[in-house]
Design a protein around this ligand. Structure first.
Ligand code: SOE
Length: 381
């Protein structure tokens, strides 16, 4: 049966450009879908690099200005993989041109910058999605399903952390490829928008909205050389953040993100404790769910480790056979699969821009509370 083409125009070609392109290329090999992504064009300022990327990943053409990509009639969806400071302008122009928009996380540098993006895609009524990819690690999706089923009963605690250690050296510059994440102008915030935002997206998805919070943030290295100017400049990002929250369901949250946790490369982990049981997960052992079931007889209770690889676990029926594991890149393939399925069913696939706006509101409240030391009510989305 002929599939319908979804013509993709990608903006940017970094780490996320690769992760998304890999997903577009593989999704139809494993999922039965009406749509097939067609890699029409990649846009980036550096023509040589864009051509090399197009060659590696099979893009048919290259643009050196994203505006030309947005104007093209042969593009259905714009995928934004640029540093955060360009997300808003590109997304709004794409929506105005009637394109679907898929945007790398976080949605924008601040919630204020994100809101017009939400309005633009909603006004244009175009499908939209933000790549909070960890939702679609099967073990994480499984936890969401278990909690939504009510099996845990009343929820008391949600704690989550995302730890890395790659910016401890003062020689790491701000600005430039990859290290734009240390430049507040390009990134908007530091670990809060880059890492903690994943924890917040997951928490809201699994445990519902956050009502209020208080945060501590720190910038350990106050000056770094800027890759663009070659000069030492003040660092405007948060290097670490620690947050206490109250969820709307009455539970308490604890969150931490740092790029100064020596030994940790990408330790995203969370645990949720309810009346009848607890669940936990971490990215370094991403196919497993830790499960404690208090409804078992007291002499049989204990933490168990569920290997999430069976056909009846989320997404796993599409992959290998029970017992065989999958990895990080599959979370992006699942994101594309769900997005394409949503185009067929007409159902919204989250996180939408509006969902990611809620995460941005929480991140903004963290940054503000980090400055004032005061509890903050999270603004409504
Ligand atoms: C930062 O190092 C980073 O690449 C984030 O930007 C990603 O969102 C996260 O998934 C892994 O770490």
């Amino acid at each position: 049966m002929a599939r319908k083409a979804l013509n993709i125009g990608m903006v940017g070609y970094g780490f996320m450009g690769r992760a998304h392109s890999n997903a577009y290329r593989k999704v139809n090999n494993f999922f039965d879908l009406d749509y097939v992504p067609v890699l029409r064009a990649v846009a980036a300022r550096n023509k040589k690099k864009a051509e090399a990327f197009a060659y590696s990943w099979g893009y048919e053409s290259v643009e050196t200005d994203w505006r030309d990509l947005v104007k093209r009639n042969d593009i259905d969806a714009i995928d934004i993989c640029t540093p955060n400071d360009l997300h808003a302008e590109i997304a709004i122009a794409a929506a105005k041109a009637g394109k679907m928009v898929l945007c790398e996380k976080p949605l924008a540098r601040t919630a204020k910058e994100a809101l017009p993006m939400v309005k633009a895609v909603e006004k244009a009524k175009v499908p939209n999605l933000v790549w909070y990819n960890y939702r679609r690690i099967p073990a994480v999706s499984f936890i969401q399903q278990i909690v939504a089923s009510g099996k845990l009963g009343k929820i008391f605690h949600y704690r989550s952390k995302f730890l890395q250690d790659w910016t401890i050296s003062p020689d790491v510059p701000q600005g430039g490829a990859g290290t734009w994440r240390l430049d507040v102008e390009a990134a908007g915030s530091g670990v809060t928008g880059d890492l903690l935002a994943h924890c917040i997206d997951g928490a809201i998805w699994i445990n519902g909205s956050i009502d209020s919070l208080t945060a501590m943030t720190e910038t350990f290295i106050k000056k770094r050389k800027h890759a663009d100017t070659g000069k030492m400049q003040a660092v405007g990002i948060d290097d670490a953040s620690a947050v206490l929250t109250r969820f709307k369901n009455g539970s308490l949250g604890m969150f931490e993100a740092s790029r100064y946790a020596r030994g940790h490369k990408a330790l995203y982990a969370f645990e949720i404790n309810g009346e009848h049981g607890s669940l936990g997960w971490d990215l370094h052992d991403l196919n497993r769910v830790a499960w404690f079931d208090h409804t078992q007889p007291s002499n049989m209770r204990g933490w168990t480790s569920i290997l999430v690889t069976d056909g009846d676990h989320p997404y796993l029926g599409k992959w290998w056979v029970p017992g065989l594991t999958i990895g990080y890149e599959h979370s992006f393939i699942h994101t594309v699969a769900d997005f394409l399925e949503g185009l067929s069913t007409g159902e919204k696939v989250g996180p939408t821009f509006r969902d990611a706006y809620e995460t941005a509101l929480v991140c903004d409240a963290i940054i503000e509370s980090g400055k004032t030391g005061k509890w903050k009510k999270v603004a409504g989305k």
